[in-house]
Every structure is written in C-alpha cells, then in structure tokens.
Design a binder for this molecule. Structure first.
Ligand code: ATP
Ligand code: MG
Length: 288
C-alpha cells in the first residue's frame, strides 16, 4: 500500500514527475480498509484543529493544484468534511479580477491567508501564476514595466519560482505550515471522468468545453508542473505528488498530508496560570 512518504518531494534530489505514479494500484478489495483509515485520520484532524484554534499560534494552509477533473472538489469535500467550518478559511483562485491583476501576483494569496489558529484552504493557488500563466504565455500581456518583462520565458519563471520560495519561507518563518498537494491524474482517467460528467445528470453542470482545451495542452502543463514542483519544494515547504486515478486513495493520502502538518504543529490547549485559575475560581460563587 502506498505511503505518504512515497509522495513526498522536498527538493533534495532532481525532480522527475514520471517517477510518481498516477495510479497507486491499490486493489478494490482494500477500499473499505483505506476508508476506515481515512475516517480515523479525520477524527484526529478534528481534535488537532480544535487545539490549533484554541492556541492560535500556527496556521495551516492546504493548497490543491491539479488538472481539471483530478478531484480537487471531491478531495476538499471528503477530507475536510469532519472539521469545524468556523476555523476554516477557503478561497478559490479563479481567473484574476481586474483588482487582482492591478496588484502583484502574490497579493491575492496574501489577502486570503488564514489567521493563525485557522486552516486555510486554497482551491488552486498562487501556483496558477507559474502554470496556466506559463502555458498560455499570459505574462506577455501584463501591464508592467519593461524591466519586469523583457527577458526570456525561462528567466521570467526562474524569478517567479524564487519569489514563491521566498514567500513560502516567509510564511513558514511567521507561523504557517503549507500542505502543497498536486493531484497527479493520467490523461486517460481525465477523459473517463469528462465522459462520466456528460453521462450523469448530477454532474453535467461540471462539464466545460474549455476544460478540453486545457486538456489538449497536457504535455505543456506536465512540463510546467515538473519544473514548478522541482523548483519550489523545500524541506520546510515540500510538495506531495498524490496519485489521483483512484479517488479513494488520493483522498486518504491528502488526509495523511494534512494530518501530518497538524501533528507537526503539535498544538495543545492553552494552560492557565495559577493566577488565571484563581481568577476563574473566584467567579464560581456567581454561578451558584
Ligand atoms: P471547477 O471547475 O471545479 O469549478 P476550477 O478551479 O476549475 O473549479 P474554474 O472557474 O473552472 O474553476 O477555473 C478557474 C480557471 O482560472 C482555471 O482555468 C485556472 O487555470 C484559471 N486561473 C487561476 N488563476 C489564474 C491566473 N493567475 N491567471 C490566469 N488564469 C488563472
Ligand atoms: Mg474548472
């Protein structure tokens, strides 16, 4: 059975996307067992979330990147569903608005950072700015001075990778832990899921012809993912490349990664000082 550490890439060797499977090959018969493991993870995640919030010291940001139909929405729904919605802050990174485009590309990630003590959930993230922006050459159209744009593509994105590493180091050094998940889907499985969307009335609304245009650019996207993950994984802020062809396995592994980050935070309920306990006890008579 595949383990979380098999999905981990922390930048300590050269990154080769092809070394990471899209299908973990877990037998169907094991599905219930895997789902039970995931249920246990979710219970523990909820306990840790409560302490994380009570303590308010550290924030966790889960970011999910993937091709269309890789299971971002399902992963979010199934993995996060046992948590307390009050201390979760979610943001979906869609095409940038005029307001967002008028700022630098990390601004919107900054604007949506969760408070420490909370869990942030980024559905897509600032990584779109080195993925879709690269694949479609969108940066050529940015309204920025020549010094920011007059260079070749490689240099432009090398700069951005470094900016992202610096940004994420900054977050880590200021009380955040990132869980960077890439749901690694095969193009064959994506086609099957698109067809299922067409064939199932409850899923029709998810079908978009635009997704097929992106799918046609599969090799370009995989090159962009490979370079991005290779350049932005660090010991403190690693990537997890999660095999996504089997949904139940992907969800379990995502829960493992989030649970690990919460465990690493090692949250505890705040302990009251003797004075605080005395002050609390002094209130007791008012309640009797
Ligand atoms: P779903 O389709 O499940 O609702 P989604 O994340 O695919 O979820 P869409 O509204 O379909 O949501 O797509 C958002 C689109 O916005 C994606 O194609 C994504 O690549 C694009 N996008 C996100 N960030 C940027 C960016 N910085 N520049 C350009 N396009 C972006
Ligand atoms: Mg979409």
């Amino acid at each position: 059975m595949i383990k979380l550490k098999d999905c981990l890439y922390d930048g300590s060797s050269k990154f080769k996307l092809l070394k990471y499977p899209t299908n973990a090959g877990v037998e169907k018969a094991k599905r219930e067992e895997v789902e039970a493991l995931m249920a246990a993870n979710k219970e523990r995640m909820a306990q840790l979330q409560d302490m994380l919030y009570a303590q308010g010291k550290e924030g966790v940001i889960v970011m999910i990147q993937a091709m269309d139909a890789a299971g971002k929405d399902g992963t979010i729904k199934h993995v996060m569903s046992g948590l307390n919605p009050q201390s979760i802050e979610t943001y979906s990174f869609k095409q940038p608005s005029k307001e967002e485009l008028a700022h630098d590309y990390l601004w919107r990630a900054y604007c949506h950072l969760p408070k420490r003590g909370n869990i942030g959930l980024f559905n897509r993230s600032h990584y779109e700015d080195v993925l879709v922006v690269r694949v479609h050459g969108l940066w050529h159209g940015y309204n920025m001075p020549a010094r920011c744009l007059e260079m070749d593509e490689k240099d432009f994105f090398a700069q951005r990778y470094q900016q992202i590493v610096n940004f994420e180091d900054h977050l880590f050094q200021n009380g955040y832990r990132l869980v960077k998940l890439f749901l690694n889907l095969s193009p064959e499985e994506q086609k099957k899921r698109f067809l299922a969307r067409m064939d199932t009335p409850e899923k029709n609304w998810k079908f978009s012809a635009g997704d097929l245009d992106e799918s046609d650019l599969w090799p370009q996207y995989m090159d962009a993912f490979e370079e991005t993950i290779g350049a932005t994984a660090t010991k403190d802020n690693p990537w997890y490349v999660i095999p996504a062809d089997q949904k139940f396995v992907a969800r379990y592994l995502a829960s493992e990664a989030i649970l690990k980050a919460l465990e690493d935070c090692d949250p505890h309920y705040p302990e009251l000082s003797e004075d605080e306990i005395a002050a609390m006890e002094a209130c007791r008579p008012r309640l009797s």
